[in-house]
Write a protein that binds this ligand. Sequence first.
Ligand code: ADP
Length: 599
Amino acid sequence: MSKGSNKPHPHSHLFGEKVKPKNWISTVKRIGRYFSDQKWLLSAVLFMVIISSFLSLLGPFLIGVAIDSYIVKKDAEGLWKLLIGLIFVFAGHSVSIWLQNYWMIGIAQQTVYKMRNNLFKQFHRLSISFFDKRQHGELMSRVTNDIENVSSTLNSSFIQVFSSILTLAGTVGVMLYLSPLLTLISLSIVPLMYFGLKWITKRTGARFKEQQRNLGEINGYVEEITSGQRIVKSFSQEQRVIEEFMVKNEKLRESGYWAQTFSGFIPKLMNVLNNGSFALIAGVGGVLALNGKVSIGVIVIFVEYSRQFTRPLNDLANQFNTLLSAVAGAERVFDILDESQEESDEGGAIDLSSVKGRVDFQDVAFSYEKDEHTVSNLSFSVEEGETVALVGPTGAGKTTVVNLLSRFYDTDKGKVLLDGHDIKKIKRSSLRSHMAFVLQDSFLFEGSIFENIRYGRLNATDEEVMEAAKLANAHSFIQKFPKGYNSILNQEGSGISQGQKQLLSIARAILADPSLLILDEATSSIDTITEMKIQEALQRLMRGRTSFVIAHRLNTIQQADLILVLHDGGILEKGTHEQLLHQNGFYSSLYHSQLKRDA
Ligand code: ADP
């Protein structure tokens, strides 16, 4: 389910949702560090907030003065002057608000811009194990939702919280100065407001959570069903799926109805309380005025202030949770920034300018999790240019061998040698520059076919790209596209077949011209002609290169120089096809059972 749909509801603070950051002081400090090169701008914003808060107090105050000193005394000239002053106050207020917002947007955008850059850079410093442990969606949500949350909060809530506090303090201060009694009356609605809101929210909280949960469920369901449309259709499950959806949808309607209805009471309640306090102030104020205790101007000021008073109170309550959830979001971003990075290369790690391709595994052991044994006692040697086939049931450790060779993970015990060098002593970038991967699920980027093949070697000319495509048996199908090599592929590679994708990734590998090849054979059903083309292209690609083939079908690896049969993370059998058949062991029975199945 997308996290986006989980945005806290504006009133969600009222429902006690737990979005609390773990250590918000240090997180806030750390966000602060992002501001450090914008200190001046931030000071200017804070200054403008002070000005606007002050002016928002001054406006109503001047109106009171206008009444008491000029209107009551019928001083037209003084009134005019004051009114002109008032225009400046209101205009100044607007300008200061506009400026603080304008500058703050700049600060916020600059901050999240830096955060996004840092986060994306960090992704490339993290080891593969980090990505293996997490879902794409979760990481996507860091880059998009969490950072967006920080951005929108910085844009508005930050200023609002600050100005609300100032306005509240200022309002109460001036009110106390003018009339302690009226202040007490104005403040009397605060506990009413508090308990009233609590009463409502206790009843709505559960409903809102329920609505969120139901929404999440529906999102997940739609995502699942739309991506599995083919399965739904092929098993004729449309009716059942529609019925299931209707049940979920009904639940969402029900919870949405109650949540919205109840939360609709909140502004109504505020309105009633506001009007109540208005009446109280006017009533009590009126009596006081009759007794000459306060002036009419003061009553007007109080009416205005009491309105100004409930607004920031409300804002504060609303913004506080938004702030907390943004801090929690920032914390999640920082957590990733603090993840340990792929260990940097050992001091003195070497660059290999050319690689012949001899590989030795010497008594290698490794596990993904502590106290487990994913692979152990792995020892074998591959001469340069030879082909090794890795065979074995799912989970046997085939991919792990390849992960160790490419140093996506490092061995716990034993050594892997390339041309006699311990690969831990070779720079990772150098090691990987001599390798190419042709994987089952060939990955294509959004871009032209030219660009996708050229990913193998960025400085290749168009002619070299085409040459590689020809060797990969991809040239002819590429030419059939209306735009040929300039055709744009999208990420999913829609419009081209699985087999064609594979041919493109072979072309990419041919262009890269590595000494080490890692092939993950396609398991998916590909038509025989394409399959033949792929096999032919692979043979060309593998010629003269040390190749590790993760084999799923045994008929394609009979030529391999070495077949490793893995089982439970160990080498069960090793040898050539003939030798293994002679042994009459696991491989032999696997081979014969596949023969039977294919027949
Ligand atoms: P194969 O490629 O032969 O199917 P793998 O090498 O992928 O097998 O997996 C070997 C074992 O290691 C399996 O038991 C698998 O569950 C486990 N494993 C693979 N990748 C990870 C990972 N990233 N974290 C933890 N365990 C893993």
